[in-house]
Design a protein around this ligand. Sequence first.
Ligand code: UD1
Length: 337
Amino acid sequence: MTKTIVTGGAGFIGSHTCVELLAAGLEPVLVDDLRNSDERVLRGLAEITGRQPVLHRIDCGDADALDRVFAAERPGSVIHFAADKAVGESVQHPVKYYHNNIGSLVTLLRVMDTHRVKDLVFSSSCTVYGNSGQLPVTEESATGEAASPYGYTKVVCERLLRDASAADASLRAVLLRYFNPVGAHPSALIGELPIGVPNNLVPFITQAAAGLRDKLTVFGNDYHTRDGSCIRDYIHVVDLAKAHVLALQWIAKQKAPVCEVFNLGTGEGNTVLEAVRTFEEVSGVKVPYVIGPRRAGDVPAMYADTAKSLKVLGWRTQLTLADALRDAWRWQLALAK
Ligand code: UD1
């Protein structure tokens, strides 16, 4: 069986993807230094799948260590999740973000080339669309004006992959633009592990509901949206994980070199206040919240056109925002045990 290196495989999206790879009969090999995760995820993975995937505990920006992993494992493909992802932190520490996110992709591409590994799935983000005037965004919508250094690292990485595949006719790359990944595995054995105060909405909601945070601040209610709060396309992490399996299978069928971009969202936008209300309905718990000022860098609305993912990959979401919030809540309760 060919192996797939999964960098960031112990992370939020990476761990859920490993579950789906194993369910599809594929063999993930995790490369993760656990800086943003911990052993609980590995135990959860083992419990869900009945398997203990191999983990190489290294920084994937460490070229020598990565080279040794490729030499030992002889993978057929790579899914590259490992990256820093906090928008606010990226504004404070741009050099760290450019170094980690772009540097690790450069290192990975070099090591892949040395070992003649040509199939790559890359984690990109809807942040590359910036503040798009045209909604829903399609893969053809303009990119480039990302609102943060984090977002711009994704723009640069995408460009790097396009340039690399134009120069190397055997590279087969798929770039997946995630909208807002939320939720947790329905088993409540794996989920998101935010370090410190969560930046993202859903972990903040679940922590506020659990009494770990005083209250949620809704960042702005004066946008031109149906209730004044921002609109996002929240996608269940299990649906997102499944798309990675389909992407790998699609790449394997390609005869010609490819560098293809896909949106991964539900195609529907929900406001922050709708997400809060839906959470309250599925959990039966009130979320204490106040309305605060807008957060710098937030776009008013963002949601995906998903026609291409359906047509080419045969992928569509099966789970709803309510499912995602119910699973996120179960995970929050499980963490407290
Ligand atoms: C952004 C990126 C996304 C990236 C993610 C990584 C865009 C459009 N999206 O998501 O691609 O993967 O960061 O972190 O750039 N909110 C509150 N109160 C809170 C937290 C959030 O009201 O305490 C609101 C935000 O204003 C926003 C929504 O909730 O409207 C979602 O925010 P968040 O979960 O942080 O994700 P994005 O910023 O949309």
